[in-house]
Design a protein around this ligand. Structure first.
Ligand SMILES: [Mn+2]
Length: 186
């Protein structure tokens, strides 16, 4: 994939922008929350990661912010690991690969591999779920909402080796999700 030809990254913002350019091109034409550009989702995940790093520094924020911005590229676009390796460090690509749920991969195996990938990867997975714990899509029934709630608890349990600040924030978002979308008798 060709995208803006910018100078090699030096500061954190350069790493951020390089990954943002790539992710924006990769997700072009995909949508979020109706008719908004999909790139919004990954930017929100990256903002969670940056905010978490201020409270409790990650092991490598330059790598982590790129993984956050690129985390859905392999799962949701035709781009391959090999293509990504032409542009990004292997640590970034392997992080994105760990966060990519393969079709035949059981959820527990997926999450355990994320945890084994280290605390930054576990933290990014929790940040992704924090952002995804929004108002459920209108077509979701009570059963699907309950399933998403249970899955979020499992993510919290397995990824808790990551940032404590992010764990606490995810815990609170799960509580709010239950209060707002599961306790209204619908
Ligand atoms: Mn995501």
């Amino acid at each position: 994939m060709k995208y803006s030809n910018i100078a090699p990254p030096e500061e954190l913002q350069d790493f951020y922008n390089k990954a943002l350019f790539y992710a924006a091109a990769a997700h072009n034409g995909q949508f979020y929350a109706g008719n908004l550009p999909y790139i919004m989702h990954v930017c929100m995940v990256a903002a969670e990661v940056l905010a978490a790093d201020r409270v409790e520094p990650l092991s490598n924020i330059k790598t982590a912010v790129q993984i956050a911005l690129l985390h859905d590229v392999l799962e949701d676009t035709p781009i391959t690991k090999e293509e990504m390796l032409e542009h990004f460090d292997s640590k970034v690509v392997s992080g994105v690969d760990l966060l990519t749920k393969k079709d035949d991969q059981p959820l527990l195996k997926y999450l355990n591999e994320i945890r084994a990938g280290g605390s930054d990867i576990a933290t990014i997975k929790m940040c992704d779920r924090i952002i995804n714990l929004q108002k459920p899509p209108v077509h979701w029934g009570a059963e699907k909402i309950a399933e998403y709630y249970e899955e979020s608890i499992l993510i919290l349990e397995i990824c808790e080796g990551g940032s404590k600040y992010v764990s606490e924030r995810l815990k609170r978002k799960i509580e709010l999700y239950e209060e707002m979308f599961m306790k209204n008798g619908n």
